[in-house]
Structure formats: structure tokens, C-alpha cells
Design a protein. Structure first.
Length: 264
């Protein structure tokens, strides 16, 4: 039985079918490849999360010295549990804008001259806006030798979202190690910084241990989305094929008979 649409058009040309088939094949292959890539990304992310969890929970090791700086990378070293001993250069601290579980405020980033001879920036922790002035938290200023334990973090160059660091104006939106070191005239500075742990500071400020260790892992959802689109495109191609087969099997049926009667 034919539909009104069948009486208005006949089978598609071979060229049209070939183009549709090629486009459908390319589309399905591309979508499946994207889904497979997302599954690979998921495996990589799960491996990374496992590695980071091991680093965070491991015993603290000495912060890398100059000999190891060239090999430091986010994949291999970020969130490594490290320790360093030295003395703070309190007069060269830098306040970096921050948003934390305690609200908006500032990270207190202070250079530590280590007993190994190099300098490393220490993110000592969070202070609220009303405590940005060092005069309001003098109890937390540490003089003399001290030991810092925390997580190794990779430099954050440039600034924050839509806001670039302004060293001349002393406005900082990210912990850009190189820029802060230059602005504070520091030498032999490590290319990373350390987020101090939650060891309480005298006077309660700064508040350390607020590092957020979390990695979004939506790759499985993305993979299923690509695979679903590939399945939908396959279904559309099958529908076209069935429709074409139906049209071609109706050749010589009522539509053609009507055409012959008209000619007679």
C-alpha cells in the first residue's frame, strides 16, 4: 500500500543514496570515536585521581630543590605532600584574592627562605577582608626558623577569570609564582608554591588546610551522549534505507499502473 507521499515521489537516485550513506557512515564513525575518546579520558582521569590521593596521603617529603625544578609537572607532582624548613620574609608577603568555604578574602602568600638556600612561596592560608592588614594579625607572624608542611602546587600564571594580575597595583588574582617573585625581588625561587596544611597559626590566622582537591569527572556522561547520538544517526539511516526499499518494491505497483493508464 502506498502513501500520498509515495505517489508524489519515486525512489531516490543512486547518487543521492550514496551521498546519504557516506555522510551517515562518517557521522556514525565520528560520534563513536568521540565516545571512545571520552572513555579513554575517563580512564586517565581515574588514574590521575588515584595518583593524587596517594600523594596527598603519603608521608611528607622534602620540597624539591633546584636540581629537580626542571622536571616538575602538574601530572607528576601537583598535590605532593611536602615539607620545608626555613624562615619567613614577612615583609614581602602577598595577598591574593580568594573564594573559599569560609567566604571571600585573601590567601596570604609569604616567601620562605629554606635551609637549603632557595626560596619557596608558601600559601599560609586564608584571611577575611577585615584582616588583610598585617597589623590586625600580628600574632600570626612567625619569626625565626619554622617548618612548613603542605601540598605542592603548580604556579597559576596570568591571573583569575577575566582578571589579570596587576603587580604594579599590587592586585593579585592568582598565585603566579614568577610574577610574585619578580614583584617582591626574590631570587632562586622555586617554580611551585606550597599550600600550608591545617596546623593552627598563632592567633588563628591565616587559616591553612583549605586546599580543594577535586577533579570533575563527567567523561562517562559525555561518552554515553556521543554513543546515543551515533545510535540515533544509525536509526535515521536505517529508516531511510527501509523507506527506499519500500519505494523500490512498489515500482510496478498502483503508482506505475496509474501512469500507464494515463498514457493509454
Amino acid at each position: 500500500m502506498t502513501s500520498p507521499g509515495d505517489r508524489e515521489r519515486g525512489p531516490r537516485s543512486t547518487r543521492t543514496l550514496l551521498v546519504v550513506a557516506v555522510l551517515a557512515l562518517v557521522g556514525v564513525v565520528g560520534l563513536v570515536a568521540l565516545g571512545a575518546w571520552q572513555l579513554e579520558r575517563r580512564d586517565w582521569k581515574l588514574h590521575l585521581i588515584a595518583q593524587v590521593e596517594q600523594r596527598v596521603d603519603a608521608a611528607a617529603v622534602a620540597a624539591p630543590g633546584q636540581a629537580g625544578w626542571s622536571t616538575i609537572s602538574a601530572d607528576n607532582d601537583e598535590y605532593r605532600h611536602v615539607k620545608a624548613t626555613g624562615h619567613f620574609l614577612n615583609d614581602r608577603e602577598t595577598l591574593v584574592e580568594a573564594v573559599t568555604e569560609r567566604g571571600s578574602g585573601f590567601w596570604v602568600v609569604t616567601p620562605l627562605v629554606t635551609d637549603q638556600g632557595f626560596t619557596v612561596l608558601i600559601n599560609r592560608g586564608f584571611v577575611p577582608p577585615e584582616k588583610r592588614d598585617v597589623a590586625t594579625r600580628t600574632a600570626g607572624q612567625i619569626d625565626g626558623e619554622t617548618r612548613v608542611t603542605g601540598l605542592l602546587r603548580i604556579s597559576e600564571p596570568g591571573g583569575g577569570f577575566l582578571r589579570g594580575n596587576d603587580p604594579k597595583g599590587n592586585r593579585w588574582y592568582s598565585r603566579d609564582v614568577a610574577a610574585i617573585a619578580a614583584a617582591r625581588q626574590l631570587t632562586e625561587t622555586a617554580p611551585y608554591f606550597i599550600d600550608a596544611d591545617a596546623t593552627p597559626s598563632a592567633g588563628g590566622l591565616p587559616v591553612g588546610g583549605l586546599t580543594v582537591v577535586a577533579f570533575p569527572n563527567n567523561h562517562l556522561i559525555y561518552a554515553l551522549t556521543w554513543f546515543a547520538l551515533a545510535l540515533m544517526l544509525t536509526g535515521a539511516a536505517v529508516f531511510v534505507a527501509i523507506d527506499e526499499w519500500r519505494l523500490r518494491t512498489n515500482v510496478g505497483g498502483p503508482r506505475d499502473a496509474g501512469a500507464r493508464n494515463a498514457q493509454g
